[in-house]
Design a protein around this ligand. Sequence first.
Ligand code: KG4
Ligand code: ZN
Length: 340
Amino acid sequence: MKKDCLVLGIESSCDETSAAVVRNGRDMLSNIISSQINLHKKYGGVVPEIASRKHIEMIDICIQEALEQANVTLDDIDIVGATYGPGLAGALLVGLSSAKAIAYASGKIFVGVNHIEGHICADFLAHKDLVPPFVCLVVSGGHTNIVYVNDYGKFEIMGRTRDDAAGEAFDKVARSIGLGYPGGPLIDKLAKEGNRHAISFPRASFNDGSLDFSFSGVKTAVLNYINKAKMKKIEINKADIAASFQEAVIDVLVDNTLSVLEFRKSDKIVIAGGVAANSRLRERFTDECSKRGIKAYFPPIVLCTDNAAMVASAAYYEYLNGNISDMYLNANPSLKIGER
Ligand code: KG4
Ligand code: ZN
């Protein structure tokens, strides 16, 4: 293989169709993202059938644009990488099949990528100095994990959610107070006008010593609070609910991640996934890390949510680890982090 390694990354696990070209796992030459948010908004969440159809419409356009913007042709590409799980089966199949078809027809190496591992790699694109080992909180609409990243592509799960993902809780609470979809950014914005100490919502922890999360309790507590207020005909303060709920979720995310940091005696915290875009979460981690004289790493907002550049980066490191996929690789909607 020539000195530089160019990866064409493809992502279609949920409601973003995306293609990107990344050099040597770190340099983003292009990252084209076609978001379907406006299509799903009126249903209050992602409709899988609509998502798959839109992916089919957009995938070739995104790939073409990603190559053009990177100023390369398919001939220059060494590896084609695509998300094969977790995610929506029909949506995953669109990107995965396109990637396999391109790799097969052009004789390129094909690498299937775990979407959650992709999220972690967003930080490799954003921070050229970032190298493992480190503690990473991956927090998105579908996943909430604390992992210890031993090396590129080598993960140890230190904590995970036992029910809802944090982003899912943001989306559900947003819907219950009449905000749109996706709820995370809207709660983030509204919370700035509210009092985070106004309402005491529960912070779940487990007495078995684990650093797992549970967000269904806080979500139910918000719903109960709203229902009680309705019954008593008391007007709710949405900004206070948003701020207090957000603080409850962030408290456990920060506390558990810091516990892992201490346990592993690590000096780096890396945050990834859609919820890493949250301004209060960023503020809290930045404060806690500066108190400890260590650094908190976040991706820029565009790399927090789903994108193909992170998938291309992950494909590069999987390739270096010898993990090349064949044409029989199927979509795996419930793939876990660290699984292949
Ligand atoms: O990573 P992502 O695009 O998709 C998954 O892999 O799940 O994450 C989307 C999630 C949604 O739940 C969305 O509400 C949440 O990330 N999110 C946020 C913010 N921006 C996106 N949550 C809280 N605050 C934000 N600013
Ligand atoms: Zn994601």
